[in-house]
Design a protein around this ligand. Structure first.
Ligand code: PEP
Ligand code: MG
Length: 751
C-alpha cells in the first residue's frame, strides 16, 4: 500500500512515483533487465506529513516567506528539513518499507533465503512529482543516496529524500514558478545497486559515423564511472543491427577498474595481468546487449545512449536516454588527450565541443555584464535576457535544465559548447577559476586541459524534393545556420531580437519611438535575410506572452493574466495595438525596398479569417501588397485554424506553417510548460496528426504552400509523416538539419 514495485509502474505513474520512478517502471515493463526496486509512493509521503501532524507546521514556515530574504529562506528551509528528518515515520509505513527492502535483499534463486538474506546495497533517490519542469527544474530535489545498506539506514535515507523537497532552492523555484508547495509531492525510489563486474555504454547508432545500421558498445571492467570520466580506454565492439553479427572488435589494455568494497566504498583496483588484454565481455553478451539496445530504440522511437552493467554474468540496463546529437555532417569534435585532470562536475551535453576559459558566475541580471568574450558563463539556468552574454561566452554551464531548456536550444544554435543540469555548477565553481568544459562528454575539468584539434569534415548534402529549412532566433549566428545548406528559414522568432534590444515593443510605442523598434528589427532580420538570400526567410510577427518578458524595459506594465499561454499575445494583441504590428510590417517593407525581397511574413495564433483581413489591410496601408509583394502566411497552431483552413485559403494566403508546440498544447489540452504532464505531450498524437493531414490536403487544393516550424519538425517520425502527407517544407533546429534531410530523403524514396 505504501510502496509500488517497478512492475506496477509505467510512464503514466508520475503522480505516484515521480519522473524517475515512472521511467524505471516503463523500462521494467518493457521487459528490460532493470535492477529490481520499488517506489515509496508520493502518497506515502503525503500520509507521513498528515498523520504526524507536521504538514501544518511546514505550511506555517512557508507562509509569508519573502523569497528575496535569503537568510530567512535558508533558516526556514533548514527548519523544515530538520522537522522532517527528526519526525518518526509511523510504524506501519516504516515496516512496509523495511519488509520490501528485505524482499529486495532476498536471494530469489534460493527460496529458503527469502527472508533474512544478506542485506543488499541500494540507491535511494528522490523522484518529485513535478520534476524537470522546463522553466524550473526543481533544484535540490535530486537527492541521491548511494550504497545504502541495512533497514534503518534505508528508512533514514527515505526521510532524507523527503526532506530534499524543502531545500532553499527548491522552495525558491516553486514559489517563483507559482507552484503550490503542498501539491508537489515526492516519491523515494529504492533500487538495488548493481556491483558491476563489467559495465559500459551502448549507442544504437554509431556516434562517430552516424551510421544507424550499427550498434556500438564500449566495455570496461568494474563500475561505469571510469568510462564516463574518460580515465581508461574501453574495448569497442560494433554490431550490425540487421545481420546481428559482431563486425568489429577493438581490445584495449585495461590496467585498472573501479570496484565497490565490502564497506560500500568505490575503490580502484588493478586488473590481473592475464585479463588486461582480454575481451571484457563474451560475444554472447555483446549480441544480447545489441538485441536489448534495438528493443529500447524501437520502444522510444529514437537512437539511444544506454548504460549497462554485468554482475555475476547477468546483464542489467541501468539507464537509457535519447542520443541528442545525431548528425551526419557534424564537425568532428576536438578530442581530449589522455588527461589526469580532476573532474569537478558532470551534466548533460546540450551542445558538443570542448573549450577552456575562466568562470563567470551569473546569479542575476546584474552579473551579466561581467561576462567577457572567451569566458565560461556559469548560471543556475538561462532566460532570453541572458542571450547577449551567452553570445560572448566561450561555453555555458548550468545547474538546471535538460535538452530543451533555453540554454540548450540557444547554445546549439550558436554552436557554443554547453553542459546543462550539473546541479551544482554555481556552487562548486568560483569566479575567475579556469576550467575546461568537455561538453561532448558532459564533463567539466579543473584547469586548462590540452586538447588536439581534428580536421573538420563535411559530408555531401543529399538532395530532397521537400525543402529542409532552419528555425533561427539569433541574427549573429545566421551565417552558421546558412552554412548548413538549409533551403531557407522557416521561422525567425522576433522575440530574441527584441530581448537583445532590452525594450518591450509596447514601450517603444508608448515612448513614441517606433522608429527605434523598426531599426532594431531591420538590423536583426536584415542579417538573417542577407545570409540566406535569395532563399526565403519567414519572419513571424511578435508573439510575446505577458509573463515572459517582464525584465524588458516597460515589461512591468504588462498585464497579469491567469493563463498567459492562452492570453493576450500574438495576432490578437497586435490587432489591439496595431502600432506594434505596423512597425513590424514597416521594417519588412524597408528591407524589401533595400532589395531583401526574400523576407516573408507569418502571423501567429490565427483563429479567425478577419484577423488575416485586418492584418492585410494594415500592410496595404504601408504600401506593401500582401502575397503580391511579399510572401504572406499564417501559423496553424490553434485547432480553430485547422477547422477554418478552407476559409483561410479562400481569403488568400501564401503559406501555412504548423506551430506544433501550440497546436499540440491546445489540441490535447496539455500545458506545454507543465512537466508533470510532459509525458502526455506528444505531437504524434493521432488528433494532431489528423489536423495536420487535413490542413495539408486542403492547402494542396488551393495551392497554398505548407510547412512546419514547431519543435516537432526536428523529430524524424514527424518528418516522415509530413513527407508522406506531401508537405512542401520542414524546418528543423540548426543542429538537426542534416539528420532531418537524411530522413526526408529516405521517406521520399518510400513515398
Ligand atoms: C509553435 O507554437 O509551435 C511555435 C513555433 O511557436 P512558439 O513555440 O514560439 O509558440
Ligand atoms: Mg506558438
Amino acid at each position: 500500500m505504501y510502496v509500488k514495485w517497478f512492475k506496477d509502474l509505467n510512464k503514466d505513474s508520475i503522480a505516484v512515483a515521480g519522473g524517475k520512478g515512472s521511467n524505471l517502471g516503463e523500462m521494467f515493463n518493457l521487459g528490460l533487465p532493470v535492477p529490481e526496486g520499488f517506489a515509496v509512493t508520493a502518497q506515502t509521503y503525503k500520509e507521513f506529513i498528515e498523520v504526524t501532524g507536521i504538514k501544518d507546521k511546514i505550511q506555517s514556515y512557508l507562509k509569508d516567506l519573502d523569497m528575496e530574504d535569503t537568510s530567512r529562506l535558508q533558516q526556514s528551509a533548514a527548519a523544515i528539513q530538520k522537522l522532517i528528518t527528526s519526525t518518526t515515520i509511523p510504524e506501519d509505513i516504516a515496516d512496509e518499507i523495511k519488509d520490501n527492502y528485505e524482499l529486495l535483499s532476498a536471494d530469489k534463486k534460493t527460496a529458503a533465503n527469502l527472508l533474512g538474506g544478506q542485506e543488499v546495497f541500494v540507491a535511494v533517490r528522490s523522484s518529485a512529482t513535478a520534476e524537470d519542469l522546463p522553466s524550473a527544474s526543481f533544484a535540490g530535489q535530486q537527492a541521491t543516496f548511494l550504497n545504502i545498506k541495512g533497514k534503518d539506514n534505508v528508512i533514514k535515507a527515505v526521510r532524507d529524500c523527503w526532506a530534499s523537497l524543502f531545500t532553499a532552492r527548491a522552495i525558491y523555484y516553486r514559489t517563483k514558478n507559482q507552484f503550490d508547495h503542498s501539491k508537489v509531492l515526492i516519491s523515494a525510489i529504492i533500487q538495488r545497486m548493481v556491483n558491476s563486474d563489467q559495465s559500459g555504454i551502448m549507442f544504437t547508432v554509431n556516434p562517430a559515423t552516424n551510421d544507424d545500421s550499427q550498434t556500438v558498445i564500449e566495455a570496461i571492467y568494474g563500475l561505469g564511472e571510469m568510462i564516463v570520466g574518460g580515465q581508461i580506454s574501453p574495448d569497442l565492439y560494433i554490431v550490425d543491427k540487421k545481420t546481428k553479427d559482431i563486425i568489429h572488435v577493438e581490445i584495449k589494455k585495461k590496467e585498472r577498474g573501479l570496484f565497490r568494497n565490502e564497506a560500500g566504498r568505490n575503490e580502484e583496483q588493478d586488473i590481473p595481468r592475464e585479463m588486461q588484454e582480454r575481451q571484457v565481455v563474451p560475444d554472447s553478451d555483446i549480441k544480447e546487449l545489441a538485441r536489448l539496445g534495438k528493443k529500447i530504440e524501437e520502444h522510444y522511437g529514437r537512437p539511444q545512449d544506454i548504460e549497462w552493467a554485468v554482475e555475476k554474468g547477468r546483464i542489467y540496463i541501468v539507464q537509457t536516454r535519447a542520443v541528442t546529437t545525431f548528425n551526419k555532417n557534424h564537425e568532428k569534435e576536438k578530442e581530449l588527450q589522455e588527461t589526469d585532470a580532476k573532474i569537478v562536475l558532470r551534466g548533460e551535453t546540450a551542445c558538443r565541443g570542448i573549450i577552456s576559459g575562466p568562470v563567470r558566475i551569473v546569479l542575476s541580471m546584474d552579473d551579466l555584464s561581467k561576462v567577457q568574450k572567451g569566458d565560461i558563463l556559469v548560471a543556475t539556468m538561462t532566460t532570453p535576457d541572458y542571450v547577449p552574454a551567452m553570445q560572448r561566452a566561450a561555453a555555458i554551464v548550468t545547474d538546471e535544465g535538460g535538452m530543451t531548456a533555453h540554454a540548450a536550444i540557444v547554445s546549439r544554435e550558436m554552436g557554443t559548447p554547453c553542459i546543462v543540469g550539473t546541479e551544482h555548477a554555481t556552487k562548486v565553481l568560483k569566479d575567475g577559476q579556469v576550467i575546461t568544459v568537455y561538453a561532448t562528454k558532459g564533463i567539466v575539468y579543473e584547469g586548462k586541459v590540452a586538447f588536439q584539434e581534428e580536421k573538420k569534415e563535411k559530408a555531401e548534402k543529399v538532395e530532397t524534393q521537400t525543402e529542409v529549412k532552419v528555425i533561427m532566433d539569433l541574427p549573429d549566428f545566421a551565417e552558421r545556420a546558412a552554412s548548413t545548406g538549409a533551403d531557407g528559414v522557416g521561422l525567425v522568432r522576433l522575440e530574441i531580437i527584441i530581448a537583445n534590444g532590452g525594450i518591450h515593443p509596447a514601450e517603444y510605442i508608448r515612448q513614441d519611438k517606433a522608429h527605434e523598434y523598426i531599426a532594431l528589427l531591420k538590423e536583426g532580420i536584415g542579417k538573417i535575410a542577407k545570409a540566406f538570400f535569395p532563399k526565403p526567410v519567414w519572419v513571424r510577427c511578435s508573439d510575446m506572452r505577458s509573463d515572459e518578458y517582464r525584465n524588458l524595459k516597460g515589461g512591468d506594465k504588462e498585464p497579469h493574466e491567469t493563463d498567459p499561454m492562452i492570453g493576450w499575445h500574438a495576432i490578437r494583441r497586435l490587432l489591439d495595438e496595431p502600432e506594434i504590428l505596423k512597425a513590424e510590417f514597416q521594417a519588412m517593407k524597408e528591407l524589401h525596398d533595400e532589395g531583401l525581397t526574400n523576407v516573408g511574413v507569418m502571423l501567429p495564433f490565427i483563429i479567425r479569417v478577419e484577423e488575416v483581413q485586418k492584418a492585410k489591410k494594415i500592410m496595404e496601408e504601408l504600401g506593401l501588397k500582401p502575397l503580391k509583394d511579399i510572401e504572406f502566411g499564417i501559423m496553424v497552431e490553434t485547432p480553430a485554424s485547422c477547422w477554418i483552413i478552407e476559409d483561410l485559403c479562400k481569403e488568400g494566403i501564401s503559406f501555412v506553417s504548423f506551430g506544433t508546440n501550440d497546436l499540440t498544447q491546445l489540441t490535447l489540452g496539455i500545458d506545454r510548460n507543465n512537466s508533470r504532464i510532459a509525458p502526455l505531450f506528444d505531437e504524434m498524437h493521432p488528433a494532431v496528426l489528423g489536423e495536420i493531414a487535413k490542413v495539408i490536403s486542403v492547402c494542396r487544393k488551393y495551392n497554398v504552400t505548407t510547412s512546419i516550424c514547431g519543435q516537432a519538425g526536428s523529430r524524424p517520425e514527424m518528418a516522415r509523416f509530413l513527407v508522406q502527407q506531401g508537405v512542401d517544407s520542414i524546418s528543423a533546429n540548426v543542429d538537426a538539419v542534416d539528420e532531418i534531410r537524411q530522413v526526408v530523403a529516405k521517406a521520399e524514396k518510400k513515398r
